[in-house]
Design a binder for this molecule. Structure first.
Ligand code: ANZ
Ligand code: ZN
Length: 818
C-alpha cells in the first residue's frame, strides 16, 4: 500500500513542468481558442511570499486553470512591482543599493511561486524597476505632458515627516501616511500632478458598467472618493472688498436661511479681510488650528471653534448683512474655501451658531421641531418658508428656481463639485522612475526627448539615500547638470521620482508584449488580450491602484492606444488570512509562515486549505482550518487514482461501468462546473471530496477497482483536482496511464442522461412556521441543505440577521430559530 508523499511529488513534477511549460499564452493566428486574460495584482518584493500571497494566488489559479481546462487560450502573467520605499530603507540600513535587496527578494519569490505551482506564463515576467520598464513610464509621462495632463504647480501638499516625501491624497488614510502610519502634515511645495480631475465624470459614469463585475463596496468607495455633488456657486459681496466671494452650496434653496458666513481660517481670504483690530485674535486662533491634525480638525465630536473677522457679507438675494467668521470646520481646499452658513438645516453650522449665539432661521418647514431649540438641524422634504419668491415651493422646486434667479442677476449659477483632487505624482525619494523633465532658465520645463529615454537613476547607495526632504537625486550633481535639449544651454534635471502607483497603472498592458521596444506596449497585442477578464487582489487598493489604472486606461483610450475604456471587467477581492481571529503581526506573535506550512503539509494541502476554507471573499482564520486534514484528503484521493490506474487501462468503455457511481461522477461534473463558474470554490472542493468517497466505496465494497466507472471517477477527480492540488493531480493522471500535463486534459462534460434523479421536497420553517419548500436531492448533506435554506429569499425575508440556531434533518426538514 503506497504512501502519499507530497514532497516527493513536488520534486518529481516541478522540473517536468518547467520543460512542459503548459501555460504559455499563444498568439499564433492559427490558434482559434477564445482568449481570456487573468491577472493577479503583482507582488511587491518585500521578502518571501507570505500567507496572503498564498491565498490570493491559489484562488486566482483555480480560475486560470479552469479556463485552461475549458479550452481557453489564457494569458496569466506575473511580474514585480519592484520600486518603492522598503527597498530604499533597507539599502540605507545596510549601506547597500536598493537593487540588491529588491532583485534578491524577487528571485526568492519567483522560486517560491514555481514551487507553489501557479499557472503563470513565465515568459512575460517583468520588473518595474528595470530600465526597460520604467523607460516607458517616462515615455507615457511625456505623452501626458504633451496633452496637458501632467503639470507642475505650487500649493499645500501632504507631507510625511517620517518618509520625508509628499503623498497623494489617496495615500493619506485618516490623516496618516498609508505606508508608515505617521501623521501627515501640510507643506507649501511645488510638485508634479496628473490631471485626473479632467476624467472625474468619466471615472464616475463608467462605473455603471462595472456593476455586477466589481464588488459593490469598491464601487461605493470610488464614488465617494470622487465625491461628485451638484448645487450652485453663489457670489456674496463683502463690505469693503472690491471682488465678491464665491461659495459652493449643495443647498441653494436655503439661501434665505443663511445667517452668517464662514471662511476657512487657513485660506488667504481670511487673513486678507480680517479687521485689523481683530488681527491678533485671528492670528492666535490660526496658530492653534495649525497644530491640529486633519483628523482632529474634522472630527465631528470636536467642539466648534472660530473667530469673528469684524466684517459683513451681503446676501445677494435679500441684501441682508451677515457676519463673517473664520473657523476650522471649513476647509481651504474644498469648494471655494468659504461657505454660507445655514444653521437651521446644516448640523455643523447649527453647532457653530449655538456655540457663538448666532441666529437660526428655518426656511424649509419639515414638521420637525425648531432646530434653534433642539440643537438638531432639520433635513428632508418640506415647504419653503421665510424665503420670498420661494415660499410655498418644495425643496426640489426651489433649487432650480433660485438658480434661475441668481443667474438672472449675475450673482450665481448651478455648479458641480468634486472631492477628487489631481494626482500628486512627484516624490522626494530615490528608488523610483526619474521624472523626465529638464529645467532650463530660458525654455522652462523641457521633456527629455523620447529617443534619449530612459533617464536612468544615478548610482547612489547607502547614506546618500537617507531622506533629507529633497530628493537624493539632487546630490548627484553630474547627473543633474545637463544641456537643455532645446537651446543647449546649461540646465538641470528634475530630481523627483514618480509615485510607484504610476508603475502599476499600466503594467497589465505591458504584459501583452513585455519585450516591446517601440512603445510602452504593442497596440495590436493589447487588442488581442485586453481588457482583463478577471482581476484578483486586495481591497486596500480600492481607491488607489484601481482608480489610477482606470484613469490611465481612459487617457490611453483617448490617445488611440487601447480600444477599451475600463481595464478590469471583473474584480475579486479575496479575504485576509488571519490567525486566532486577528491579523498576523510580529507584535502579536501569531504569524504563520507560508514556507513552513508548505514544508509541513505540502503545496497541494496548503493550496487546498486556502480554497476550501470558505467563500473567496471571506477572511481565513488559520486557527480554524486544518492543512493536516487537507493532506489526509489528498492522500485518499491519491490512493483512489493509484488503485484505479493499477486496475484498468485508459480508453475503457465507461458506459459499461457501475451505474450508481457513474451518476455520482456526472452529477459532480455538473455541479462543480456550475460552482466554479460562480466562484464557489470551497463548495466545489467539497464535491470533489464526496466523489473521492464514492469511488473509495465502489472500490472497497462495490464493483471493485477495475470497474470502468471507477476509472471514470478517478480521471474526473484528477482533472478537477488539478485546479487546487496540481501535484497530486498530475501524479494521479500519470498513474491512470494518461500523458502529462493534466492541466491541459480538458474539462469533463456531464452526460445529461445520468443527471436525472428523483428529488424530495424539503420544508423550511422559521420560528415554527413553514416559509419555503425546496426541491432537493435525496442525498443532499446537512450542510448543503442548511446553506440552501438560508439562501432562500422567502426565508431571508423572515429572518433578521444571523439565526440563533438551525436544526437540519436532511433531506426533508430545516428548522430555523431566529
Ligand atoms: C449651505 C448648506 C445648507 C449646505 C444646508 C449644506 C446644507 P458636499 O456635499 O460634500 O459637496 N461646504 C462647502 N464648501 C465647504 C468647505 N470648504 N468646507 C466645509 N464645508 C463646505 O458638501 C457641500 C456642502 O458643504 C455645501 O452646502 C456647504 O454647506 C459645505 F442645509 O451650503 B452647504
Ligand atoms: Zn533651454
Amino acid at each position: 500500500d503506497e504512501q502519499y508523499d507530497p514532497q516527493a511529488l513536488q520534486a518529481k513534477w516541478q522540473p517536468r513542468w518547467e520543460e512542459l511549460d503548459p501555460f504559455r499564452a499563444v498568439e499564433d493566428a492559427g490558434d482559434e481558442r477564445p482568449r481570456r486574460y487573468m491577472l493577479d495584482m503583482f507582488p511587491y518584493p518585500s521578502g518571501d511570499l507570505h500567507m496572503g500571497h498564498g491565498e490570493v494566488f491559489a484562488i486566482a489559479d483555480v480560475v486560470a486553470r479552469y479556463w485552461f481546462q475549458r479550452g481557453y487560450n489564457v494569458l496569466h502573467p506575473i511580474g514585480w512591482d519592484s520600486f518603492g520605499l522598503p527597498a530604499e530603507n533597507a539599502a540605507i540600513k545596510r549601506n547597500a543599493h536598493p537593487a540588491e535587496w529588491t532583485y534578491a527578494n524577487i528571485e526568492t519569490q519567483a522560486t517560491s511561486f514555481k514551487r507553489y505551482a501557479i499557472s503563470f506564463d513565465w515568459s512575460r515576467r517583468l520588473h518595474t524597476s528595470d530600465p526597460e520598464y520604467y523607460r516607458w513610464n517616462q515615455w507615457l509621462f511625456n505623452r501626458f505632458f504633451e496633452r496637458g495632463l501632467a503639470y507642475r504647480k505650487g500649493g499645500l501638499v501632504n507631507w510625511c515627516p517620517k518618509d520625508q516625501t509628499v503623498l497623494a491624497n489617496e495615500q493619506v488614510v485618516a490623516g496618516r501616511c498609508e505606508r508608515c502610519g505617521s501623521e501627515v502634515i501640510r507643506r507649501e511645495l511645488t510638485q508634479w500632478y496628473f490631471k485626473i480631475t479632467d476624467y472625474a465624470d468619466r471615472l464616475l459614469d463608467d462605473m455603471a458598467r462595472l456593476e455586477g463585475g466589481w464588488p459593490d463596496r469598491v464601487l461605493t468607495m470610488q464614488r465617494n472618493w470622487i465625491g461628485r455633488s451638484e448645487g450652485a456657486d453663489v457670489r456674496f459681496e463683502i463690505e469693503g472688498r472690491d471682488e465678491p466671494v464665491t461659495v459652493y452650496t449643495t443647498r441653494p434653496d436655503t439661501l434665505y436661511g443663511a445667517t452668517f458666513f464662514v471662511v476657512a481660517v487657513d485660506a488667504p481670504l481670511a487673513e486678507e479681510i480680517c479687521d485689523p483690530e481683530r488681527f491678533s485674535d485671528f492670528e492666535a486662533y490660526r496658530a492653534e488650528v495649525a497644530k491640529l491634525s486633519d483628523i482632529e480638525r474634522l472630527s465631528t465630536d470636536k467642539d466648534k471653534t472660530g473667530v469673528f473677522l469684524g466684517r459683513y457679507a451681503v446676501n445677494p438675494v435679500n441684501g441682508e448683512r451677515i457676519p463673517v467668521w473664520a473657523a476650522d470646520y471649513v476647509l481651504s481646499d474644498y469648494g471655494h474655501g468659504a461657505i454660507m452658513a445655514v444653521p437651521a438645516h446644516d448640523q455643523r453650522d447649527l453647532d457653530f451658531a449655538m456655540k457663538f449665539e448666532l441666529p437660526v432661521r428655518v426656511v424649509l418647514h419639515t414638521g420637525m421641531a425648531d432646530p434653534g431649540e433642539t440643537g438638531v438641524a432639520t433635513a428632508g422634504e418640506g415647504t419653503m418658508v421665510n424665503s420670498g419668491p420661494l415660499d410655498g415651493l418644495t425643496k426640489a422646486e426651489a433649487i432650480p428656481r433660485i438658480i434661475g434667479i441668481l443667474a438672472e442677476r449675475g450673482t450665481g449659477a448651478g455648479a458641480v463639485n468634486y472631492r477628487l483632487r489631481d494626482w500628486l505624482l512627484s516624490r522626494q525619494r530615490f528608488w523610483g522612475t526619474p521624472i523626465p523633465i529638464i529645467h532650463c532658465a530660458d525654455c522652462g520645463e523641457v521633456p527629455v526627448p523620447d529617443d534619449q529615454l530612459p533617464v536612468t537613476l544615478p548610482d547612489l547607495r547607502g547614506e546618500a539615500l537617507s531622506p533629507k526632504g529633497v530628493s537624493p537625486l539632487a546630490s548627484a550633481t553630474e547627473w543633474v547638470n545637463v544641456a537643455c535639449p532645446k537651446c543647449d544651454g546649461p540646465a538641470k534635471r528634475d530630481t523627483d521620482t514618480m509615485d510607484t502607483f504610476v508603475d502599476s497603472s499600466w503594467y497589465f498592458l505591458r504584459y501583452c508584449s513585455p519585450g516591446f521596444e517601440d512603445g510602452a506596449f504593442d497596440v495590436d497585442k493589447v487588442r488581442l488580450w485586453g481588457p482583463i477578464d478577471q482581476y484578483v487582489g486586495g481591497v486596500e487598493h480600492a481607491v488607489l491602484h484601481l482608480l489610477y489604472s482606470r484613469f490611465f486606461t481612459k487617457v490611453l483610450h483617448d490617445m488611440g492606444m487601447v480600444d477599451f475604456t475600463e481595464p478590469f471587467e471583473r474584480l475579486l477581492n479575496q479575504g485576509q488570512v488571519i490567525n486566532q481571529g486577528k491579523s498576523m503581526s510580529k507584535s502579536l506573535g501569531n504569524g504563520v509562515d507560508l514556507g513552513e506550512q508548505i514544508d509541513a503539509f505540502g503545496v497541494d494541502a496548503v493550496r487546498l486549505t486556502m480554497v476550501f476554507a470558505g467563500p473567496p471573499e471571506d477572511d481565513i482564520d488559520w486557527a480554524d482550518v486544518s492543512a493536516a486534514a487537507s493532506q489526509k484528503f489528498l492522500a485518499r484521493a491519491f490512493r483512489v487514482m493509484a488503485e484505479a490506474g493499477a486496475a484498468s487501462a485508459p480508453g475503457v468503455d465507461t458506459a459499461t461501468g457501475d451505474l450508481e457511481l457513474r451518476k455520482v461522477v456526472h452529477r459532480t461534473i455538473d455541479e462543480v462546473t456550475r460552482l466554479v463558474d460562480s466562484y464557489r470554490f470551497n463548495v466545489a472542493v467539497a464535491r470533489m471530496m464526496e466523489l473521492t468517497s464514492a469511488a473509495r466505496k465502489a472500490i472497497d465494497s462495490g464493483p471493485g477497482a477495475a470497474d470502468p466507472a471507477v476509472r471514470e471517477a478517478a480521471e474526473t477527480l484528477a482533472v478537477m483536482l488539478s485546479l487546487v492540488a496540481p501535484y497530486v493531480a498530475e501524479e494521479g493522471w500519470e498513474r491512470l496511464g494518461q500523458p502529462p500535463s493534466v492541466a491541459r486534459a480538458g474539462w469533463p462534460v456531464a452526460e445529461p442522461s445520468l443527471l436525472v434523479q428523483e428529488s424530495v421536497t424539503c420544508v423550511v420553517q422559521v420560528a415554527g412556521k413553514v416559509r419555503d419548500r425546496l426541491e432537493v436531492s435525496p442525498s443532499i448533506t446537512a450542510q448543503e441543505l442548511e446553506e440552501l435554506a438560508l439562501a432562500s429569499e422567502k426565508v431571508r425575508f423572515h429572518l433578521d440577521g444571523t439565526p440563533r440556531k438551525v436544526i437540519v434533518r436532511a433531506p426533508k426538514l430545516v428548522n430555523i430559530v431566529p
